[in-house]
Design a protein around this ligand. Structure first.
Ligand code: FAD
Length: 386
């Protein structure tokens, strides 16, 4: 269903764009991929960027007509900015997940229920269907993700971190900010006291009667958790020194390095995948293949500007830089998440895209406040290179 190439991303964008106006606003909540873009695996890895998607949308629709779709694209941006200012939430998720996985090792009842949920063997037919759809295709509609997370937390009463990890292992678009914070939102940890309850009438309506679940939780009491850490400063973009020997690092966080290559000449390029670090457990091989294929496609697209290309690991990156006699390694900013964690001991010049730099400072509170800035952000975006 998802070919990991720029050509496939562009083709999907072109096919979807005519629908990004009223059709999307009216039908996007139906659990049917025909009414949404299915662009997330591409945008997540910046095979095409948020800016590409927004510009294509605005070339076809007015900002008013495509308001809903534009807002959805900005949800990703908002979540990323929010997490950048509270990196402790990601660290807490990873620690709580490890604790939940330890419980799975020692508590056979929990292990049994967790395995049944992951295999789609709970007896709740819609939930079982989505579990299988996710593991088989690497994609779920947004509404299905919300219902699934809600049933996981409030009906099956499983630890939310295990559910978030299940998504991270199988989603082609598995994203530390969107995934962690959406699961927290469903469980009532993100917007304090506000939970999301999956209701049978809503599922019947938006699956057009395919599912009529019985026995779902009728009440969703917010989970208890540590309060949000205080908001910290945003990261500052690195400055490229154009007088020294420079290499480029490409990671799965940004597979459109053209905007960086306009700023310096790369003597050599290193490529690094941190996909296996998305979970302490084994990743679905479809996810590994998707990021690997997308990285190969990126290298082929930019081959003439990259110099010698070498696959590296966090452990071999320094040695690679020495071999090529580099003074600096430039990369697109690594957002909070597994790639950043894996490279925490390596000195890099991380450059933040102007799109992110303009939007992230507004992710201070809830999305409601953020979305008021969207018209201004769209205006700024048109004048910036990336
Ligand atoms: C529990 C849960 C977990 C999620 N985990 C992830 C994840 O790991 N990775 C991920 O990319 N998205 C995640 N989402 C957000 C959202 O479900 C997906 O981005 C969306 O379903 C992707 O499908 P699409 O491209 O067809 O979306 P469309 O409806 O076509 O939307 C267009 C684009 O807008 C962005 N977008 C839309 N809705 C959201 C949203 N709620 N939050 C953030 N961005 C959004 C995506 O980039 C998407 O490609 C999660 C949502 C929930 C409720």
């Amino acid at each position: 269903m998802f070919e990991p190439t720029y050509t496939a991303a562009l083709s999907r964008l072109n096919t979807f764009t005519p629908q990004a106006g009223r059709d999307y606003a009216n039908k996007r909540n139906y659990d049917d991929v025909a009414h949404v873009s299915a662009l997330s695996p591409y945008i997540r890895h910046r095979i095409i960027t948020e800016k590409d998607v927004l510009q294509a949308t605005l070339a076809r629709h007015s900002p008013q007509a495509a308001e809903k779709f534009i807002q959805e694209v900005y949800w990703r941006t908002y979540w990323k900015g929010w997490l950048e200012m509270r990196p402790g939430v990601w660290a807490m998720y990873r620690a709580d997940l490890q604790a939940a996985l330890n419980r799975v090792q020692t508590e056979s009842g929990l292990r049994h229920e967790w395995e049944a949920a992951c295999k789609g063997e709970t007896g709740i037919d819609c939930f079982d269907h989505w579990a299988k759809q996710l593991t088989e295709t690497g994609y779920l509609h947004n509404h299905a993700r919300m219902w699934f997370a809600s049933i996981w937390i409030f009906t099956l009463r499983l630890p939310w971190t295990l559910g978030a990890d299940f998504f991270m292992r199988h989603l082609l678009d598995g994203d530390p900010a969107s995934n962690t914070l959406s699961w927290r939102w469903v469980g009532g940890l993100q917007t304090i006291g506000k939970t999301y309850l999956a209701r049978p009438d809503n599922i019947i309506k938006y699956t057009e009667g395919r599912f009529r679940p019985k026995g779902l939780a009728t009440f969703a009491a917010a989970l208890e958790g540590t309060p949000h850490p205080d908001r910290g400063p945003l990261p500052v973009s690195g400055e490229i020194d154009s007088n020294v020997r420079t290499g480029l690092l490409i990671t799965e966080e940004d597979l459109s390095p053209g905007w960086l290559l306009q700023q310096f000449r790369s003597r050599a390029t290193a490529t690094l995948l941190a996909t296996p670090h998305r979970s302490p457990l084994a990743m679905n091989d479809k996810v590994n293949k998707f990021t690997h294929g997308a990285l190969t496609d990126c290298v082929n697209r930019y081959a003439e500007q990259l110099g010698t290309v070498t696959d590296v690991t966090p452990e071999t990156l320094d040695a690679w830089a020495k071999t090529h006699d580099l003074d600096q390694i430039v990369t697109s900013y690594l957002p909070i998440g597994p790639t950043r964690d894996a490279l925490k001991n390596v000195k890099l010049v991380e450059v933040i895209r102007p799109y992110d730099a303009a939007a992230w400072p507004h992710a201070t509170h809830g999305f409601f406040r953020f979305k008021e800035k969207i018209p201004g952000l769209l205006g700024k975006m048109q004048n910036k290179a990336a």
